[in-house]
Design a protein around this ligand. Structure first.
Ligand code: APR
Length: 238
């Protein structure tokens, strides 16, 4: 019933917006942050992923992100990413707003991807603002600076205004809000689906576990996005 209802809503959508999180990349081998085996069950996010801890000790930051970076760089899009790109291609989604920094939506062929939390594929020198291609160990070739940081938004850092504004504007106009693979506990990203619901869009939540906003959703499917999204796509017949 839920998968059919989700397919029905998406098949009629022309301004659908998807919000994705780490769960959509879990089947590509990238651990999520919370829940079983999540990164934050092994590391304290404030100690390893805040701008203050980065400025105080960039090396420790890089030691943690090196491991995650290697896994993320080797990862390939899974059928969940591909199905979302196909929904965009078919005109049901106008954009994918993601909290992920792994670039897998882009790799799967999605055209309009809004990265709310920046990218792990691009680094920036905080001393000369130069942006360089990703390599390890990083050192700024322009100024030799040691404060080279992925453009990932760390806790305590300001959000990219352009991405947040674009995501908000899309949510206000959305005719379906599709939430995939996120615990919806980190703001302002978690606010985006509520903006769409308040503006009248039906919400579909596809997540392995319950989320705090399930009660606002028309359809809730607790499952693996790499299995559920292709099933929905097949029902729509795209
Ligand atoms: N399919 C669908 N959902 C899944 C799957 C899967 N295969 N595997 C895990 N999940 C769900 C989990 O149940 C969990 O609710 O994905 C969710 C991932 O939640 P988090 O790990 O909290 O990730 P996310 O919501 O993206 O975190 C938001 O927090 O740490 C910061 O900046 C980081 O962008 C991140 C933000």
């Amino acid at each position: 019933m839920s998968v059919e209802r989700a397919a029905e809503l998406l098949s009629r959508a022309r301004r659908g917006v998807a919000l994705t999180g780490a769960g959509v990349s879990a089947e590509s081998g990238i651990p999520t942050f919370r829940g079983e085996g999540g990164l934050w069950t092994r590391y304290d996010p404030v100690k390893v992923s805040s701008i203050d801890s980065f400025m105080a000790d960039p090396v420790s930051y890089w030691q943690v992100s090196k491991d995650r970076g290697r896994v993320a760089l080797a990862a390939k899009p899974n059928p969940g990413h591909t199905a979302l790109a196909a929904l965009e291609e078919a005109g049901h989604l106008v954009a994918i707003v993601t909290q992920n920094t792994d670039g897998l939506h882009q790799d799967s062929g999605a055209r309009r991807v809004i990265e709310l939390h920046g990218s792990g594929r691009e680094v920036q020198c905080l001393e000369c603002q130069d942006r360089l291609s990703f390599e390890m160990p990083p050192r700024c070739r322009s100024c030799g600076g040691a404060l080279l940081k992925p453009t990932v938004v760390l806790f305590g850092e300001p959000m990219p205004v352009e991405a947040v504004t674009a995501a908000h504007d899309l949510a206000v106009q959305a005719d379906v809000m599709l939430v995939v693979g996120t615990s919806l506990v980190v703001y302002p990203a978690a606010e985006i689906p509520l903006v769409a619901v308040r503006a009248g869009a039906p919400m579909i939540v596809i997540n392995a576990e319950p989320t705090p906003f399930d009660r606002f959703a028309e359809v809730v499917i607790n499952g693996r996005s790499g299995e559920v999204l292709p099933e929905i796509l097949a029902l729509i017949g795209e």
